[in-house]
Design a protein around this ligand. Structure first.
Ligand code: ADP
Length: 260
């Protein structure tokens, strides 16, 4: 049973989540976690109660971006998320494993089962937005995760390189197949800004996302350059302190979409 109502009923009884947004990509390494974290921080800054579920179990990078090293605890109600400096709630398989670097070599069904358990066993309390960093790609694991979480909408992240091989189209088709509304595309690593003259250099070539957006009838919500300042905030676990506005439009879109 995959109806939205039945999945919401499976939620921990101490949790109430208004909007569930999945961040997906056709392949790994394009900055899906990066975009998930950025959107979560922007909505948190607007005053919403925000959580992040790191469902990218093969490469869980969300806790590290926020400098979270503690293990998650549990009480009789369920698993308790960790809090970032600004009170974003985080749950990730990294918060359950003994060592952050222990390789997760579980097989597909176990991965999908673990994500499902995050959905049913975590005490989120009340959230306006839960952002889910989805497993990359369009194989069995992402598909099962898609089916076990009631997503209200997804954001598709791509890099200019993806577009050549139509990887974005695959992610688009998967969402269509699952009947999940696509909120829009975000292009990451779009360009590099020259520190001296400010010129934008498209190091991966000119983007084809515009064409694909038109063809598929989906908006482009934002473009993010390769930004060494952001990379260093990631490394320091201080991502919450970023001050760029690459995704302000995307955050507004997400906010408007759900104004009731
Ligand atoms: P994914 O979740 O798609 O596998 P990540 O979000 O983990 O990818 O990004 C991969 C790496 O690239 C991370 O170390 C991340 O900090 C870095 N990165 C991603 N996007 C940018 C960017 N726009 N500028 C600088 N570094 C970036």
């Amino acid at each position: 049973e995959h109806s939205k109502e039945s999945m919401l009923e499976q939620l921990n009884q101490y949790s109430s989540i208004k909007n569930v947004i999945g961040i997906v990509s056709g392949k790994g390494g394009v900055g899906k976690s990066f975009v998930t974290a950025m959107l979560a921080v922007l909505l948190n800054r607007k005053g919403y109660r925000v959580g992040i579920l790191d469902a990218d179990i093969t490469g869980p990078s969300i806790p590290r971006m926020f400098g979270i090293n503690e293990k998650a605890s549990a009480n009789e109600l369920g698993l308790l998320p960790e809090l970032t400096v600004n009170n974003i709630k985080i749950m990730s398989v990294n918060l359950l494993l003994d060592k952050e670097d222990s390789p997760v070599v579980w097989r597909g069904p176990i991965l999908a089962g673990t994500v499902k358990q995050f959905w049913t066993d975590v005490v989120w309390d009340e959230l306006d937005y839960l952002f889910i960093d989805m497993p990359p790609g369009t194989g069995d694991v992402p598909l099962t995760v898609f089916q076990s979480i009631p997503l209200d909408g997804i954001v598709i992240v791509s890099s200019p390189q993806d577009l050549v091989s139509m990887i974005v189209k695959k992610a688009y088709n998967m969402a269509k197949l699952m009947n999940i509304p696509i909120l829009g595309y975000v292009e990451n690593m779009s360009y590099v800004k020259c520190p001296d003259c400010g010129k934008e250099i498209p190091i991966f070539g000119e983007s084809k996302l515009g064409e694909i957006a038109e063809e598929t009838g989906v908006d482009i919500l934002g473009r993010i350059p390769i930004d060494p300042v952001l990379a260093s905030l990631v490394d320091k676990g201080e991502f919450e302190r970023f001050s760029c506005d690459y995704l302000s439009g995307a955050a507004e879109h997400i906010e408007k979409m759900y104004e009731k």
